[in-house]
Structures are given as C-alpha cells and as structure tokens.
Design a protein around this ligand. Structure first.
Ligand code: CA
Length: 421
C-alpha cells in the first residue's frame, strides 16, 4: 500500500466528514486569490495548501524540483517530471499534513493554508490535445438503438476497438465557467432544408477524463502494461452536446460543432495513486480483443458519479447516478489503442471516457438517454419538465470513490447554460 493512502492517517487540518479532500486524496490544482496570481496547490478539507510557499521555504527540498515549478499558470511542467515525481510530491505533502508532524509551524500554517472560500480555481493544465472515446457499452447501445436499429445497436467494430475521435481542446473550460447556448444548422424533420437557429437540444455527457504526464515520439506506442505510467490523474468532465446540430452534421466524419462549443472539467486532478484502493475488474470482454489490447490486473475504478440539474432560482435535483466502473474499455486499452499507430501523446493531453451510462435507466449519462430523445421528460422539483437543458439551467457533476471510511472526491464540475448570444 502507498503510505499516503493509509485509511488511518489523520491531518492537523480539520477535514469535514463528507469532504472530497481527506489527507488520503491530495489532488493537484491551480488557483488564485486576491493576493496571489495563478499558483499550484493541493486540496485538503476546505483548504488549499500553497505549493509555491512550501517550495520557496524549503519544505520540498531534496526532491530535484526546479525553482518556480509550482509558480506557473499550469501544472504541465510539474507533470512532465513524470508519474514517479508526482507520487513523491504527494507523499511529501502527506507527511507535512499528518497530525503528528509539526514541521510546518503555526505561523507557516497560517500563510500556506488558504480557505477554499478565498480562492478561485483555474484550469489546472494547458491541454494540447483532447480525445473523446465512446467506451460505455450501455451508452453506445442506447444511442445505437435510438438512432439506428435496436437489434444491431452496436456497430461491428465496437467490441474490437475503443472507438474515439479528436475533439477541440481550446474550448475546454474549468468548472464555474458558464456557456452560451450554441447556434448552428439544424434540419427539422418536416423540412427539406436546414435552418440556422439556437440548438433546442443542449445536453450534458457524464464523463471522466485522464490527463497524461509524458511525451512520446512519433512512431512510438504505449502498451497496456505501461499505460498507467503515463497518466497523472483523473478529472470529471461534461462533454456538452447539441443533439439537433449533431444529428444533421455528424455524417460521415462524426462530431464537430455539436461538441466544440464548450466542455467543462473539474479543477482538481485526482492522482491515480489516490485512486489505487478503488481498482475493480471491468466488464468481461467478448469477443477476445487483439493482443495489443489485452491487459492484466484490475484496470477499472469504482468511482460513483452523480449528475444534478438546477433550474434558475430553484433547487438542484439528481437526474443520474452512474459509476466509472461500468466502462467496457479501460484507460490502459484506450491509451494503447490511441498510440498503436505511432500517434504521439503530450503532457497535459485530456482523454475523456465517453458518456458513462450504467445498466439501469437512472444511471444513464445524458439527457438523450434519460428522456429517450425527449419522449420521457424528467420532472423538476419546481414543477417544470426537462427534455433537454434549458436556458439558465446549471448542470453539476460530482464524483467520489469511497471505502474503509475514506472518501476520495473530485470537487465540482459545474456550468450554467446561458441564452444564445
Ligand atoms: Ca462525449
């Protein structure tokens, strides 16, 4: 077991019982305050620990960290030091925060520990490349049933390779960044010609993404065995989608303007180290996959996921409960497949899972599936109905893994849809 994951560890920082950020988590992020420009920090309870302060005052000495490594707008340079270094820093921060460690004296604690209420979380990484997979069998089956043929919902390739496409990195934004309803070409069913108008079918997609911490050369491939060495950690991800734009534009090359108007991610990168205790076996894969996609060990993670909709001036209500463990294709297979042709990866790349739907209707990861393309509207506590996301609705995704009294959470992935510009 990784020392920093020991369920019996306690911190001198008070951590509320249902906090996403006990001492066993220690995710990395970038924040600013009234007094500090963008710097790197670690979440602990309702506080953020300032890594720049710790580093400048010698608490991270002897780790080979260059000066200024945390005093940056993004975590990319730190992550580029590799999985091992990320683990070392997390382990050292864990030591410093333990209840029986007094290396940080009272005065230092006052300065280095900042209440979350006083910080603004920023994009934690600069994302050079964004890939979106389509790796939930339940989601692919639901969409295939709705739009093609329930008897042949999965296309012939689906169980042989993790289907994916290259998305748009420039429009990925951090939680709390509101987005305008997209406009575009839509073809009404009763019309021969398309029209240009705001989307009537804005949807969320419940996803988890992983961030890479290595750079490979063109021509190199990553094996399923080594894949996790290239992954810094995970985030929650909402791959906003405009279903009416998507339906008209996607043939034959796949998603384009229906997806690239904005995607929301959570601000804390939860390390694979912190998620180690939550490994589980994934679904059985039949037919057998080709050798480059075969893998050993448990490569899925038991992370509970929830989606809430909060209409304007109203309370939030849960619309979906799913789990990352349902993924048919795991992250190791996704990365192995992505690079099998020699495609190079870069530090800070984001690889999203694809919509994570579970087996029961309450676990579907999009409005498209939850309302079956609008046929079965959801009821909101304020008496209104939702087929898709309306103006001024806020969509919130939460996620956490829980075991042995330890809850490893991700914080919030949240955004409001504003009226079209
Ligand atoms: Ca997606």
């Amino acid at each position: 077991m990784i020392d920093a994951n020991n369920p019996s560890l306690k911190s001198w920082v008070e951590v509320p019982k249902q906090s996403d950020f006990p001492i066993q988590n220690l995710p990395f992020g970038i924040f600013k305050t009234k007094y500090l420009s963008a710097v790197a920090g670690v979440a602990i309870g309702n506080h953020v620990l300032d890594l720049v302060y710790l580093h400048e005052h010698g608490y991270l000495d002897g780790m080979g960290l260059s000066s200024g490594i945390f005093n940056q707008k993004y975590l990319n340079d730190f992550f580029a030091l590799g999985r091992k270094k990320i683990s070392e820093v997390r382990n050292r921060v864990s030591e410093l925060l333990r209840h029986d460690n007094d290396e940080l004296n009272v005065a230092t604690r006052e300065i280095a520990l900042i209440p979350m209420s006083e910080v603004q979380m920023l994009m934690p990484v600069r994302i050079p490349n964004y890939t979106d997979f389509y790796s939930s069998e339940e989601h692919a089956t639901n969409v295939g049933s709705m739009f093609r043929d329930p008897k042949n919902a999965l296309l012939p390739n689906w169980k042989h390779l993790p289907v994916g496409y290259h998305g748009r990195a420039s429009s990925i934004v951090v939680t709390g960044t509101n987005l305008h309803r997209p406009k575009g070409q839509i073809k009404p069913t009763d019309s021969e010609q398309p029209v240009y108008c705001p989307s009537h079918k804005v949807d969320f997609e419940l996803e988890v993404g992983f961030i890479t911490c290595t750079e490979t050369k063109l021509g190199q491939s990553i094996s399923t065995k080594n894949a996790e060495d290239n992954i810094a950690g995970l985030v929650l991800f909402n791959d906003w989608s405009a279903r009416d734009i998507q339906q008209w534009e996607y043939v034959p090359l796949g998603p384009f303007l229906a997806k690239n108007f904005g995607s929301t991610m959570s601000p804390w990168i939860v390390t694979l180290d912190a998620l180690e205790p939550f490994r589980v076996k994934g679904p059985d894969q039949h037919p057998h996959v080709l050798p480059y996609l075969s893998f050993e060990g448990d490569r899925n993670f038991d992370i509970q996921l929830e989606v809430f909709i909060q209409p304007d001036k109203s309370e939030a209500t849960t619309v979906s409960r799913s789990n990352f463990k349902y993924m048919y294709w795991n992250m190791c297979q996704q990365l192995a497949h992505h690079t099998v042709n020699g495609c190079n990866i870069q530090v800070g790349d984001l690889y999203a899972s694809g919509t994570i739907s579970g087996p029961s209707p309450g676990s579907y990861g999009s409005m498209l599936e939850l309302t079956w393309n609008g046929q079965k509207p959801l009821h909101m506590p304020n008496g209104t109905e939702r087929k898709f996301i309306e103006d001024n609705d806020t969509v919130l995704i939460k996620g956490f893994a829980e075991k042995n009294g330890v809850r490893i959470g991700f914080g919030e992935c949240k955004a409001k849809i504003l009226p079209a510009l």
